[in-house]
Design a protein around this ligand. Structure first.
Ligand code: PHE
Length: 402
């Protein structure tokens, strides 16, 4: 690591593991350098006290979605570092207790229970995957502890209750974006869909895309399913090939999409693949190789955005993370943490009701992944970008406004 996190953060931040160490973390999916925060033994003491405010974070630091959790953690760490360097909140330093949920919703829910009962956090940041956020939201809402998901886009997440917020757009919009792009930009008439039936996110996006694409005059030739963690998609792809689509919508996560792309090409399916934000990972290129070239996906942010505020964030993030360019997860997590800090500053105290009310009032907040105004349903209404994949990287194509 080129630069270590400042002493202060290193001393205060604690990384804990949510579950017993059944397996050794493999480091799989760690596109970015590992922890900026020291790992402590499970259940290690939280540096609580009158001079600190403890936040909770739940993320996939290992497992199938590990790059999501690692990027998010790095984004949150940067936001806290900056806030603490500027004096913290009303003279108190901010610390974050991080739990790894291993990309599993059940672990994510357990982590929330621990954050609330053991660590006594005032607010929870996370998760990325909608299925995990749904499991967490249930617990946070029941306990009256506000939760902000940076990046879960399934609409039902914030419907869990008035303590649950998000700083990103939702899938009814994201699905529309790619349906519109497929029809109007790519001029596709016939598209097949391949969904992950273990993911609330994927199921939700499939439904919206099918509906919107049809509304725009397109035809869905067929819909096939897989389960997260599968490795052989040939049967589904063969079935899809028979329907002769001009494109395939694959609203899954990078870990499966990369492999799907390779197998599709092997079977002679050369049409463009399309997806959503779940594709956003350096690992997609490793797994998909050139098979993913010529594909498109919708996302929250593009590092090509010339806005000086975005470029400053990218430079600061790179400096702390070995030169890694922040992805959408990092940007949204940075924004979520800053929205939380802003609410902490405005709230009269750190009780659940006071914080919840302060977060709900978030308006015109200048995030690096777009300006954040929370609506009555505690969602942010923002534009989406469409990115094209070529030569192992993404490039900005267009922005679609709500
Ligand atoms: N939107 C995805 C979900 O709800 C998570 C995600 C967001 C993944 C942004 C990558 C980038 O499950």
């Amino acid at each position: 690591m080129r630069r270590l996190a400042p002493m202060l953060l290193a001393a205060l931040a604690v990384l804990a593991v949510a579950c017993e160490k059944k397996t050794q973390p493999t480091g799989e999916g760690t596109r970015q350098p590992a922890a900026q925060v020291p790992a402590t033994a499970q259940g290690g003491p939280v540096p609580a006290g009158d001079d600190v405010i403890v936040l909770g974070e739940v993320g996939a630091l290992t497992g199938g979605q590990a790059t999501f959790g690692i990027s998010s953690r790095n984004g949150i760490a940067l936001a806290l570092k900056e806030a603490n360097a500027a004096g913290g909140v009303r003279g108190k330093k901010l610390v974050v207790r991080v739990y790894d949920d291993q990309s599993k919703p059940e672990e994510a829910a357990q982590a929330v229970t621990r954050l609330i009962t053991q660590d006594k956090v005032v607010l929870i940041l996370g998760e990325v995957a909608s299925s995990s956020s749904l499991a967490m939201a249930e617990k946070a809402q029941a306990a009256g502890v506000p939760m902000i998901t940076p990046s879960s886009t399934n609409p039902t997440v914030t419907e869990k209750g008035d303590n649950i917020f998000r700083v990103c757009f939702i899938d009814p919009f994201q699905g529309f974006v790619m349906a519109k792009f497929a029809r109007e930009n790519l001029k596709l008439n016939k598209v097949a869909v391949l969904q992950d039936n273990k993911s609330a996110y994927s199921i939700g996006l499939t439904e919206v895309f099918r509906q919107k694409f049809a509304e725009l005059g397109g035809k869905i030739t067929g819909t096939e399913s897989y389960s997260q963690g599968d490795t052989d998609y040939r049967a589904q792809l063969t079935a899809i090939k028979k329907t002769q689509p001009e494109g395939i919508y694959v609203p899954g996560y990078y870990s499966e999409v990369g492999v799907i792309a390779r197998q599709a090409r092997e079977l002679g399916l050369k049409v463009p693949l399309m997806g959503g934000d779940g594709w956003d990972s350096e690992k997609l290129f490793e797994l998909g190789g050139s098979a993913i070239d010529g594909s498109y996906f919708s996302n929250h942010y593009s590092p090509d955005n010339p806005d000086p505020r975005v470029q400053k964030f990218i430079a600061d993030y790179k400096a702390d993370n070995n030169g890694a360019v922040p992805d959408a997860l990092a940007a949204l997590a940075y924004d979520a943490a800053r929205v939380a800090i802003d609410a902490l500053k405005r709230a009269p105290d750190t009780s659940g009701p006071a914080l919840r009310a302060a977060i709900a009032q978030t308006k015109d907040f200048p995030g690096v992944a777009g300006v954040i105004t929370l609506d009555a349903k505690r969602n942010a209404v923002k534009s989406a970008v469409v990115l094209k994949v070529a030569d192992g990287k993404t490039s900005y194509v267009t922005t679609i406004a709500p």
